[in-house]
Design a protein around this ligand. Structure first.
Ligand SMILES: [Zn+2]
Length: 403
């Protein structure tokens, strides 16, 4: 039974029956719902206002299969029900007074009955609730705060698509998606979008997917390249609370690091490194003691360590014959979810939710760890997460020294 919110009316939309348990559509008729059974038999369903006691029967009998409310008892409680004589009638009862009955016996507001001359037998009725989806989280999660906040996602490939999907699930109000590319067949093995969207711009297809799932979300598609169209990204950054960069390529990450710092916005960079061995989520905050991307990477290079950005020019399905980039979809979605978590934590902490403080500013996750890597990539076991603090700006850094 679905609810039409404009009229606050409930309508039976389909029922399940027959040996196969298949769903059948309901043909509505004036004043009643006509349920078409398999074959030529047609059953009528009628609606009745009922006292709460009827639903108490329903609640009790549902746990005792085979028990029947005798027809005379049933009709004494609901005089508007016709005696079915030799026929059969499906009865739907509405008992608004059940709300007055306190727990621990929460009774259904609506109930359904198969009524024959022997009596009434309850059957399952699935009713669309008045509040579902994100509305269920009100009071349990800071939805009111998040619904007025916005995040820009740069790069909506395999990781970025998962970032956007997760941000929507957290109840964010507005999502800006920026990516210049179209979805191709080889993307779909890792992407949240499927084969049906191949050929479309990723931002457009993702916008449609998210709007279908989360109708209240404000999603905006920007078919742009963050490097080439940096001049247009600058004003966009002023409209959002934070930016996530999940784009391929060193240049994109550097541009996001620079523009976000200049705009005074938190940036979260996420990627999979070393051919799928490790994932990283790096948070860049505009703080005097926390450096930009280049400043944060400098200590690694200075100690003779690896260059974790080296392989980022390649897609996650590429690689070279010796070290194929073998990241799989769920590993990329794990990184996308963690990046969304870090981003939401940043937004909430800025609005006073101190329990959203993070253990550090850089998270390394072992996906398919391999020995021989230096810190902070010296994780040994799959699923291990290590958090590290930020390192300070380098003297003279163009990005960090901006007043
Ligand atoms: Zn810097």
């Amino acid at each position: 039974m679905a609810r039409l919110p404009d009229d606050d009316v409930y309508v039976v939309t389909k029922y399940r029956g027959g040996r196969e348990g298949a769903f059948f559509p309901v043909q509505p008729a004036a004043g009643q719902s006509r349920l078409r059974q398999v074959g030529d038999d047609t059953y009528l369903a009628t609606w009745h206002r009922a006292p709460a006691a009827v639903h108490w029967h329903h609640w009790r009998l549902a746990a005792r299969p085979g028990f029947v409310v005798p027809i005379d008892d049933f009709r004494s409680l609901i005089p508007t029900v016709r005696h079915p004589h030799d026929g059969r009638e499906l009865v739907i009862t509405h008992a608004p007074s059940v709300a007055d009955i306190p727990e621990p016996h929460p009774l259904p507001e609506f109930a359904a009955w198969d009524v024959t001359r022997e009596g009434a037998v309850p059957f399952d009725l699935a009713v669309e609730p008045r509040a579902y989806g994100l509305g269920q989280l009100i009071g349990h999660w800071p939805l009111e705060t998040l619904q007025t906040r916005a995040v820009l996602v740069v790069g909506v490939g395999s990781i970025g698509g998962a970032v956007a999907d997760s941000l929507a699930g957290y109840g964010l109000g507005r999502l800006d998606l920026l990516d210049p590319d179209r979805l191709l067949w080889h993307n779909t093995v890792r992407h949240v979008l499927g084969d049906g969207e191949v050929g479309r711009f990723k931002t457009d297809a993702l916008k449609d997917m998210l709007k279908a799932r989360w109708p209240e979300l404000d999603v905006r598609s920007h078919v742009k390249n963050v490097v080439r169209d940096a001049a247009e990204v600058r004003p966009l950054l002023k409209e959002v609370d934070a930016v996530v960069c999940a784009a391929d390529g060193i240049a994109s990450r550097r541009v996001v690091s620079h523009l976000a710092r200049r705009a005074g916005r938190d940036a979260v960079l996420t990627s999979v490194l070393e051919d799928g061995a490790f994932g990283e989520v790096l948070r860049l905050r505009r703080a005097p003691d926390e450096g930009c991307l280049l400043c944060r990477r400098a200590p690694l290079y200075g100690s003779g360590g690896m260059d974790p950005e080296r392989a980022l020019e390649r897609g996650y399905g590429d690689g070279d014959p010796h070290r194929p980039m073998t990241a799989v979809g769920p590993d990329l979605r794990l990184m996308g979810s963690l990046a969304a978590k870090v981003t939401i934590a940043s937004v909430l902490q800025r609005h006073g939710y101190n329990e959203q403080r993070l253990p550090g500013e850089q998270a390394i996750i072992a996906l398919r760890p391999q020995p021989g890597f230096q810190a902070p990539f010296d994780l040994r076991r799959a699923g291990e997460v290590q958090w590290h603090p930020a390192t300070p700006p380098l003297p003279g850094c163009v990005t960090c020294s901006h007043p």
